[in-house]
Design a protein around this ligand. Structure first.
Ligand code: NOJ
Ligand code: CA
Length: 532
């Protein structure tokens, strides 16, 4: 256990991205404005009041760039535009200024490691072996027997290499064949991609979440991956081998350093990394001189068994490993994984939200998690996700966590008047309108947590200390100077005695706030914040 209090942060006042909560919008599913069944930029703009009332500081919008949508926008065919499905550049500018007028920052999703196979760069690159853009992608000869250059497996199953019969070589495609890997070792490609980032920075965006960055510098010459001795089928084919060459190679850090230099040449921007990996790997993405990502996502809470001991162990390990000055950042859900309410059980959803929103660092909240959204059941004929289509039945499909936001009692819960691209699914506590009207709802609880975090310096910038972890209960302290709070989480569905006392500032359960307790008996699934 971490016994000493981790250090409060000195730059909290100047670095806006340390202060508030980031809210992830999956634009296809947030709000449709033109009844084609797909969410869009104008739709987001009409819902900014909701986000302002929720109290988040920034929105990160998943890709809305021109795309054939093989991976729903993570296959970009023009890095400097807006797909007509989502609107126009003018719609984006309007959304950006409306967000800024409300004090909301806007973070884009930059997808640097692969483009669409329909991107003009790739069309050129594949047109012949001596095309000037050939080297903008990663091409290699087949082995003498015609097989791919290495045994690497793509994230969505099958070989990570795609054969191009016309030019007689394989190209690397870490996800779908429709997502050829870009070659960041080529200086012209590098300049073009940094130019695309500059395009959006000049328009006024506040930063980027950088997609799948771990694949920026694959070591093809390093050869095959060894088998994973711990693999079981449920992990999916991509985990059957250890990715010793394809991801986290040394060249990745140079790429991130260049992105960061660009970001730092603009005032007040943030660089966030999708840095899936072990704790050691994630820590490296801060950079030895903190010159890489401001916020490299640490995803461990997505996969850690949901019990007090395991979760406290992850947090203590993270807090101890963070270098001086590195700001933590945790995630409990996103568009790639089962809904948190389904992973931990609907009863634990408030405990999970309290954990996310009271730990040190910048939390990212995925749209709908503030409503306690659980996974939707997607009938086979409604499946959209290419991963589920390629590797069906293993539970890898991402549609269940991507269903439209349920807003109000109207056709398709107010998301669209057309036919929604994925079925509309209501969370157990109902839509936004119902939850707004219910003081005890998950939505109002999350609003209170976010407001409390903004008000209490112990939560926004205080240090962290683990106080106790036993009997399904995890208690930690947050302290800034003399301001001190205790966060007490009951991971079980039974009451639990806890040897701490104080005044209840906030509870997940009705009728507790404001009471003074000598000792605490947490109710089943209860989360409490105490002033000791
Ligand atoms: C990570 C994104 O979050 C995911 O949705 C996407 O499929 C892959 N990267 C490929 O870009
Ligand atoms: Ca639409």
């Amino acid at each position: 256990m971490t016994q000493s209090l981790t250090r409060p942060d000195a730059d909290i006042a100047t670095d806006w991205w340390k202060r508030g909560v980031i809210y992830q919008i999956y634009p296809r599913s947030f709000q449709d404005s033109n009844d084609d069944g797909i969410g869009d930029l104008r739709g987001i703009e009409t819902r900014l009041d909701y986000l302002q009332a929720l109290g988040v500081a920034a929105i990160w919008i998943s890709p809305f760039f021109p795309s054939p949508m093989a991976d729903f926008g993570y296959d970009v065919s023009d890095y400097c535009g807006v797909d007509p499905m989502f609107g126009t550049l003018a719609d984006f500018d309007s959304l950006l200024s409306a967000a800024h007028a409300r004090g909301l920052k806007v973070i884009l999703d930059f997808v640097p490691c692969h483009s669409s196979d329909q991107h003009p760069w790739f069309v050129e690159s594949r047109s012949s072996r001596d095309n000037p853009k050939r080297d903008w992608y990663i091409w290699r000869d087949a082995k003498p027997d015609g097989s791919p250059p290495t045994n690497w497996i793509g994230e969505f199953g099958g070989s990570a290499w795609t054969w191009d019969a016309a030019s007689g070589q394989y190209y690397l495609s870490v996800f779908l064949s429709e997502q050829p890997a870009l070659n960041w070792r080529n200086p012209e490609l590098r300049a073009a991609m940094l130019g695309a980032m500059r395009f959006w920075l000049d328009r006024g965006v506040d930063g980027f979440r950088v997609d799948a960055i771990i694949y920026a510098a694959p070591d093809v010459e390093g050869g095959d991956h060894p088998p994973n001795p711990d693999w079981i089928e449920a992990m999916g084919p991509a985990r059957s081998h250890l990715q010793t060459r394809m991801s986290h190679q040394p060249g990745v850090y140079d790429v991130v350093r260049e992105m960061r230099r660009l970001i730092d040449s603009y005032p007040n921007r943030v660089l966030i990394g999708e840095t899936a990996g072990t704790l050691d790997q994630v820590i490296r993405y801060y950079g030895e001189d903190l010159d890489l990502f401001h916020l490299p996502f640490y995803f461990s809470l997505l996969t850690t068994p949901w019990n007090a001991k395991a979760i406290a162990g992850v947090i203590d390990g993270y807090e101890s490993a963070l270098p001086e000055g590195a700001w933590p950042t945790l995630v409990l859900g996103n568009h790639d994984i089962s809904r948190i309410a389904s992973r931990v059980g609907v009863g634990q959803a408030r405990v999970a939200a309290t954990l996310l929103l009271t730990l040190r660092g910048t939390p990212t909240l995925y749209q709908g998690d503030e409503l306690g959204m659980d996974n939707a059941i997607i009938p086979p004929e409604a499946v959209q996700d290419p991963w589920e289509r390629r590797v069906p039945g293993l539970g890898l499909g991402r549609d269940p966590a991507r269903t439209p936001m349920p807003w109000q009692p109207a056709a398709n819960a107010g998301f669209t008047s057309g036919a929604p691209w994925l079925p509309v699914h209501l969370p157990p506590e109902g839509d936004v309108a119902a939850q707004s009207a219910d003081p005890g709802s998950m939505l109002n609880f999350v609003r209170e947590l976010i407001a409390l975090r903004g008000r209490e310096s112990a939560l926004s910038d205080g240090g962290y200390r683990d106080v106790l972890c036993e009997n399904d209960v995890y208690v930690f302290e947050r302290r800034a100077g003399s301001a001190c709070l205790l966060v007490c989480l009951n991971f079980s569905a039974a009451p639990r005695f806890v040897p701490v006392g104080g005044k209840v500032l906030l509870s997940s359960h009705a009728g507790r706030a404001g009471t003074r307790l000598q000792t605490l008996t947490l109710q089943p699934n209860e989360a409490i914040i105490l002033v000791p």
